[in-house]
Ligand binder design. Structure first.
Ligand code: ATP
Ligand code: MG
Length: 562
């Protein structure tokens, strides 16, 4: 293959970085990070952030940390930690040894909290969570000061240490930053920075702590401790930036990162909120986080999307500050074009109809060769056994053909792909009148060439009944039929828009025998049917299960234009 120069993405964040480098900031060093909370599996939205952060590190000879922002231990666990590591790695982004946990900094974060108290910038507050909410005020109304706001430094230090020692129950006391209860930015109205949580076994720190720092406080200090030069996050954190800056200005931290916000990825026909995805799992709408219908990285991998095509998608959508909803067709285009270039061609009959070839010796087996990839002759080349019993797809025969039907009809001819032309001579039906078999005859002169003087328009796929392997095939489609399931005009719940057709299981499929050696991770084009791959989880008992990755063409676009 020719080596095309890879076009590097450009976007407003890279422009800011270029300018920072020109101005000699951070001694020319670029460090980014991807900071997931390990409270779920990563989804396609995270992929955008991963590709952005790791891509910048790579292109600027910098580094990108994978840091788990693990301050909410009751929702987190090590299954999520391991899944996130595996997904980032699979996407082709390698944090190398730079994997960190915010919990690595708990001791330092505690010391910084003590520093805030000593500077008169934090206080222990006894208000209940409900009172704190009440006192906070609203967007149009200033908050009011807590009566505990003016505790002395000594008293605060004693109480904060007692919180750490476990002297108080959950919710009895919190540590709050002392900023401004009348600030126009609610985030600056004395936010809580530490809370008491007893009885939690944290996946990293065990039972060592009974107080936990809040996300906002932890996040900006973790970035500072790691020397992050450009802290890239989604737009909802724009209003938190003044708070992050406030913490970093009060404290003697080694570094002050520059935060830049960009818009989240919202993708049609799916949801990209971990809360909603975990509801889908917990309420049994899907089989798990890696269900191939899920927009999770693990789900997409299992469905047969390649890492390269997901990265290509992330680069195509670009990075801006504008809110927009990306069409599912764009992701599907990336998947399809990757598979078109890389998936070997195979034949598989999903709804089998037996065909007996009456004029073909029943002990004869021919080895037919196929090479039918548009770009590469060798690609998809394999031998295909042909004999007197084959399967074709039920939809490729019509007793009463609709208009323009080019496939097999009683008395008509059709070409078997990679093989002969056959003619349908007889239909065999059972007592109920159900068609169970066709009797056909083969034209021995038509292997690899057209019959003289006759036009055979239709070409259908087939599999030898004596050699084919039996399999289950699962046809996946978009998880939601509504383009924006969590933002509908009628305010309906997103679960009301789950597409019941998103999974259809076909249990009696027949695949050409070369697919017996299919490997997990390899995509195939089943000719005329779509792109498929072996399901790693379902195939354990010997009978293969194939997942449909994607259809050959965008059937949704066709439906919408109708
Ligand atoms: P969710 O809202 O799904 O729970 P989150 O933002 O809470 O996601 P985190 O684990 O905190 O999940 O996300 C890690 C990083 O990924 C953050 O920097 C966040 O900004 C980014 N991210 C999350 N969702 C998206 C998205 N849809 N598009 C782009 N970046 C995202
Ligand atoms: Mg978050």
């Amino acid at each position: 293959m020719s080596e095309e120069p890879v076009k590097k993405p450009t976007n407003f964040i890279r422009h800011i970085i270029d300018a920072d480098l020109e101005n000699g900031k951070n001694e020319g060093r670029i460090t980014t990070r991807f900071p997931p909370e390990p409270n779920g599996y990563l989804h396609i939205g995270h992929a955008k952030s991963i590709v952005l952060n790791f891509g910048i590190a790579e292109d600027y000879n910098g580094r990108c940390n994978l840091r788990f922002d693990d301050t909410n231990p009751h929702k987190e666990n090590s299954e999520f930690v391991e899944a996130i590591k595996a997904d980032v790695h699979w996407l082709g982004c390698d944090p190398k040894e730079n994997i960190f946990f915010a919990s690595d900094y708990f001791e330092k974060l505690f010391a910084y909290a003590v520093e805030l108290i000593k500077k008169g910038k934090a206080y222990v507050c006894d208000l209940s969570a409900e009172q704190i909410r009440e006192y906070r005020g609203t967007l149009t109304q200033a908050g009011k000061n807590s009566s505990y706001r003016d505790r002395s430094v000594e008293e605060n230090l004693t109480l904060f240490n007692a919180m750490r020692n476990g002297d108080f129950a959950d919710g009895e006391k919190v540590l709050r930053a002392k900023i401004d209860m009348s600030s126009g930015n609610i985030n600056l109205r004395d936010p809580t920075i530490y809370r008491v949580r007893h009885g939690i076994v944290h996946h990293q720190t065990g039972s060592q702590w009974c107080i936990y720092p809040m996300y906002d406080y932890t996040h900006c200090i973790s970035d500072a401790l790691e020397g992050i030069t450009h802290s890239l996050c989604t737009l909802e954190f724009e209003d938190h930036r003044p708070l992050y800056n406030w913490f970093l200005e009060q404290l003697d931290v080694p570094h002050h990162p520059r935060q830049i916000e960009f818009s989240r990825l919202t993708l049609e026909h799916t949801v990209t909120s971990k809360r909603k995805l975990s509801e889908l799992v917990e309420q049994g709408f899907v089989e798990g986080w890696d269900d191939p219908r899920m927009p999770t990285i693990a789900g997409m991998r299992r469905r047969g999307y390649s890492a390269a095509s997901i990265r290509e998608f992330c680069n195509r959508i670009g990075v801006t500050k504008a809110h927009n909803v990306v069409e599912m067709a764009m992701l599907e285009d990336c998947i399809r074009s990757d598979l078109n270039d890389n998936a070997p061609r195979r034949m598989a009959v999903l709804n089998p109809l037996k065909v007996v070839i009456t004029n073909y010796d029943d002990s004869k087996v021919e080895d037919l060769l196929s090479a039918n990839h548009p770009q590469n002759e060798e690609f998809g080349k394999r031998s295909i056994p042909f004999c007197n019993e084959i399967y074709i797809d039920r939809s490729d025969f019509a007793e009463v053909p609709p208009k323009k039907y080019k496939r097999l009809i009683p008395g008509g001819e059709v070409r078997l792909r990679n093989a002969y032309v056959i003619r349908c001579d007889e239909m065999i039906k059972d007592e109920q009148g159900e068609l169970i078999e066709l009797r056909c005859s083969v034209d021995a002169d038509t292997l690899g060439k057209n019959p003289e003087g006759r036009k055979v328009k239709g070409v259908i796929h087939w599999v030898s009944a004596k050699h084919g392997i039996s399999a289950e095939v699962r046809l996946f489609d978009r998880l939601f039929s509504h383009p924006t399931p969590d933002n509908t005009k009628d305010g309906s719940d997103y679960t009301a828009h789950i597409n019941p057709e998103a999974l259809r299981t076909l249990s009696h499929c027949v695949l050409e025998n070369s697919l017996a050696s299919a490997e997990i991770g390899q995509g195939f084009q089943f000719e005329r049917e779509g792109y498929f791959c072996l399901d790693p989880a379902k195939t354990a008992d010997g009978r293969p299960v194939f997942n449909r990755t994607i259809t050959l063409r965008d059937v949704w676009a066709k439906m919408q234009s109708k």
